[in-house]
Design a protein around this ligand. Structure first.
Ligand SMILES: *[C@@H]1O[C@H](CO)[C@@H](O)[C@H](O)[C@H]1NC(C)=O
Length: 184
């Protein structure tokens, strides 16, 4: 019972965050458009497979194999969503590139980090799930480490950036996947 209450309240909390994020995006669009001209808007993505664009390791995910990726980008690339997916749509709405996956940050040109970064890992949740990967807290820690390392300037981030957070249900799957928590 206590566990259910905890899960229910975290879901409400997440719903709140999601609603808040959507509202913020709409409101911020207008303001950000001006920053955009100078190329300073950044998109930071956190969460699970719905928005993971290539962080998850090949050894733990089928998203590096067909049919993943056949609609976009044309071959498997570790992207958990079919088609272009939310980060790319939101980025194009903001007039910037889709943010680079965190796992690739050291392998891309520095200029590609300017549009932000994607910290989402498929299979993860707010809590630890059945898939090993950084939970939401750890993803946010990764982001904070980059701020400390001055990869992103705190001022820029505060002034003109958007966070996209996806929590699509792996916490539920993990809850029911544990012994004693059957779905009946
Ligand atoms: C998230 O992961 C960290 C590192 O493994 C762990 O210490 C922490 O307890 C986890 N948080 C939750 C809410 O499960």
């Amino acid at each position: 019972m206590e566990k259910q209450t905890t899960i229910a309240s975290s879901c409400l909390f997440l719903l709140y965050i999601t609603t808040f994020t959507v509202a913020e995006v709409l409101e911020a669009h207008h303001h950000l458009h001006q920053h955009n001209i100078h190329g300073s808007v950044k998109l930071f993505v956190f969460g699970d497979s719905y928005v993971d664009t290539g962080n998850i390791r090949k050894s733990v995910s089928p998203s590096w194999k067909e049919p993943y990726g056949i609609t976009f980008p044309g071959k498997p690339a570790g992207r958990g969503s079919g088609g272009r997916g939310p980060p790319r749509f939101l980025a194009s709405f903001l007039g910037i590139r889709s943010p680079v996956p965190y796992a690739l940050r050291k392998f891309v040109k520095k200029s590609k980090l300017e549009s932000g970064m994607n910290f989402a890992f498929g299979g993860t949740g707010v809590f630890d799930t059945l898939v090993s990967g950084p939970n939401l807290t750890t993803q946010i820690d990764f982001f904070e480490q980059l701020l400390q390392q001055k990869v992103y300037a705190k001022n820029d981030v505060v002034k003109s950036s958007i966070a996209l957070v996806s929590v699509a249900g792996n916490d539920y799957a993990a809850h029911f996947g544990r012994p004693g928590n059957d779905t009946k």
